[in-house]
Design a protein around this ligand. Structure first.
Ligand code: ADP
Ligand code: MG
Length: 340
């Protein structure tokens, strides 16, 4: 990374390492991962289920609870380490600076209060100078921004009265009320059907550009990555195995895991009779990771060295890296890029 691009880094995650003390042993959920998100850019954190995406993002906002243990690393936000802040300090950053949206919006709302009272409370909690009427007006404006047609009416309703797609829009509006610099979106459309999913992605894309907001977009779906991300970090079994621009990943992906994940994107024109593609074998057991590559038991190119030693991170082009022995040794590099 050159000096200029270093200067606009908003979030800098360095060697973040998280495990869980479980009754079957230590589960290493996140292994010394590093990535950066620049101002106004969308970074995709991509990987199959269980690869450590949620755990790593919860660490950023101090949302992890025991038995989770942060073993090490730093999370620099605007240059300040926010890992291990007190609850009060973390709360001051949540909402105003960094906001988060989740797969299940229902958990973000209290069924006892109307949507309107929860939104206005959020504004008032973060802006002591705002009056109640101003807070309500700002909430209505924000609901309009997420394409809700009758925002005044919606303010009087309760979360349980709304459909999943509608509630997801309201959660986005709520997360953006205090104009955060960074939005962490953890699979926010996974529970929705395809057309609503597409509408939500378009809304997020529009708001991200309009507010020049940075986004950490967590997903397992490369179709969404293509739609919204500028850069991508690919996670497998708690490790980041490849990083690059969205073009690097789509046109010259270097890790067999990335290539297989990309093949798993269901297409609209796939006949229903065709089974969905999947990566054969089970993801490695995170309580029993050996010395080798995290993907070696499922990799079609696996060799002895892959089982014996962790692959080094290899730089393939500026900003594009992959941790794979196929890329590390020249002999196999001569035979060209593996294609799976
Ligand atoms: N509270 C917990 N206790 C024990 N293990 C957990 C807990 N939460 C997550 N894990 C484990 O951490 C790993 C990463 O999980 P997660 O970050 O939720 O994956 P992803 O979001 O990529 O699907 C998984 O192996 C998961 O089983
Ligand atoms: Mg998750």
């Amino acid at each position: 990374m050159d000096k200029d691009s270093m200067s606009d880094i908003l979030l800098d995650v360095r060697e973040l390492d998280v495990s869980f003390d479980t009754h079957t042993g230590k589960l290493h959920a996140v292994n010394k991962i590093s990535y950066a998100v620049r101002e106004g850019e969308v970074m995709g954190l991509v990987g199959e289920s269980g690869s450590g995406k949620t755990v790593s993002s919860y660490s950023i906002l101090g949302l992890l609870k025991p038995p989770a243990v942060i073993n090490g690393g730093r999370v620099l936000y605007k240059g300040r380490d926010i890992l291990g802040l007190s609850n009060k300090e973390a709360a001051a950053i949540r909402g105003r600076e960094i906001s988060m949206i989740f797969q299940n919006p229902m958990s973000c709302f209290d069924p006892v209060f109307t949507i309107g009272s929860q939104m206005t409370e959020t504004v008032l909690a973060n802006d002591k100078t705002a009056s109640k009427a101003e807070a309500a007006a700002r909430s209505i404006d924000m609901l309009r921004e997420v394409s809700i047609r009758n925002p005044g009416q919606l303010m009087r309703r309760y979360s349980y009265e709304l459909s999943g797609g509608m509630l997801q829009r309201v959660m986005i509006a709520m997360a953006l009320l205090c104009k955060p610099k960074l939005l962490i979106a953890d699979e926010p459309t996974t529970a929705l059907d395809v057309t609503i999913q597409a509408a939500i992605i378009q809304i997020l894309k529009k708001l991200q550009k309009q507010h020049n907001m940075a986004m950490l977009y967590i997903t397992h779906n490369f179709g969404i990555v293509a739609e919204i991300c500028d850069r991508v970090s690919v996670m497998c079994g708690g490790y980041i195995v490849e990083q690059g621009s969205t073009d690097d990943i789509f046109y010259s992906s270097a890790h067999p895991y990335t290539q297989l994940l990309m093949k798993m994107v269901p297409r609209m024109d796939t006949p229903l009779s065709e089974p969905l593609p999947y990566i054969e074998g089970l993801p490695s057991d995170p309580t029993a990771l050996g010395e080798g590559c995290v993907f070696c038991t499922r990799c079609p190119y696996s060799r002895d060295i892959c089982r014996e030693k962790k692959p080094p991170e290899v730089s393939l082009a500026p900003g594009h890296t992959a941790s794979c022995w196929l890329r590390a040794d020249n002999a196999s590099a001569e035979s060209g890029r593996p294609s799976v």
